[in-house]
Design a protein around this ligand. Structure first.
Ligand code: SAM
Length: 326
């Protein structure tokens, strides 16, 4: 039986952030200034992650995404993925910036990974480097090629468009999806950046992206599962798929089936939760699995109705995306 919140939404999807560290500093996520990381001993160790995952799977979680920070910078992530697979997770995925993918893909495949999302915010090497503040364009493209040549095809590519930075690349990204026969997902910029530069004017809406792509290539809607974040389209005349994720302009909280575990063992029932629920202290203070499960059930029951980005009194959460896990 799946957990249910007080609004009747079944909670079946879990995102686990295995680290708050990242080898990129994307302008819409992290600050250029050094940021404080949680000290190593404050992060859950792999045994603690596995214990929590087992409890959550016992509570009806079926779909797990491993994320971060950058999940591939934490040693042992492949073993964790293999452990999750062994627990019977039917849909197991990872979100990565792709930098370490060329050398890690084989191990991820052997661990039983089912799906992969790779972030790519520009098809222009110079602009990519300005956005991510790294010189990794070539490695990320090699990672995408390797994943696309594996059983993970079609890979999902995530792009966050920010007005004035990369919003001129909508059509180029659509062409990329068509050429490579992959899934190109556009995610609206959310107020989760460390520099607090987010403003409504910087958001490139899903409606604008759809209009621009359709002006060149007619698209046909594809059915999506109720709780899926993306509205999906295929091209009427060719290969490739477009996904539009519109948390700002068309919130989908009414169908949300997700909860998150942060790298330091906090349960978050919404990306925009104003506080999080401490599970690490229960893990470390001798609570039984049943006690932890009951605590999780209670917190999930109180899951927020919605993220309130569009309410006049909205305040962004104190933790930014890299610390929550995207
Ligand atoms: N390091 C991995 C990566 O780059 O995909 C996983 C973590 S990253 C936080 C997960 C996703 O969150 C990425 O696709 C990233 O583009 C997205 N993201 C980060 N900050 C965001 C923001 N302010 N608004 C929307 N998406 C954001």
């Amino acid at each position: 039986m799946a957990m249910m919140d007080k609004f009747g939404r079944p909670i079946t999807d879990l995102r686990i952030s295995v680290t708050d560290r990242c080898n990129f500093r994307c302008v819409y996520c992290r600050s250029a200034d050094p940021e404080n990381h949680v000290a190593g001993h404050e992060l859950l160790n792999w045994n603690e992650f596995e214990r929590l995952a087992r409890i959550l799977i016992g509570l009806g979680i079926r779909k797990v995404r491993v994320t971060g920070g950058e999940p591939l910078v934490r040693d042992g992530v492949e073993d964790f993925i293999a452990a999750l697979k062994g627990m019977g997770v039917s849909d197991l995925s990872i979100t990565t910036n792709g930098h370490l993918l060329p050398e890690r893909l084989e191990r991820l495949l052997a661990a039983g990974l089912d799906r992969i999302n790779i972030s790519l915010d520009s098809l222009d090497a110079e602009k990519f480097e300005a956005i991510t503040r790294t010189k990794s364009f070539g490695k990320v493209m090699a990672g995408i090629d390797a994943a696309q040549a594996s059983r993970l095809k079609p890979v999902k590519i995530n792009a966050v468009l920010v007005r004035g930075i990369n919003d001129d690349e909508v059509e180029a990204f659509a062409e990329f999806a068509r050429d490579r026969d992959l899934i190109m997902r556009f995610i609206e910029f959310m107020p989760l950046d460390a520099d607090r530069h987010w403003s409504r004017e910087l958001v490139v809406t899903a409606a604008e992206i759809k209009r621009r792509i359709e002006a060149r290539w007619p698209m046909v809607p594809i059915a999506h599962e109720r709780s899926e974040t993306a509205r999906k389209y295929r091209f009427a005349d060719g290969r490739g798929e477009i996904g539009l994720v519109a948390p700002v302009s068309q919130p989908f909280c009414g169908q949300c089936s997700r909860i998150r575990i942060t790298a330091d063992g906090k349960l978050r029932t919404c990306l925009f939760s104003t506080d999080d629920h401490d599970l690490k202290s229960m893990l470390r203070n001798g609570h039984s699995d049943n006690q932890i499960a009951e605590d999780i059930r209670g917190a999930v029951h109180e899951k927020e109705k919605g993220h309130r980005i569009n309410e006049p009194d909205f305040h962004p959460p104190s933790r930014t995306m890299v610390f929550i896990g995207g």
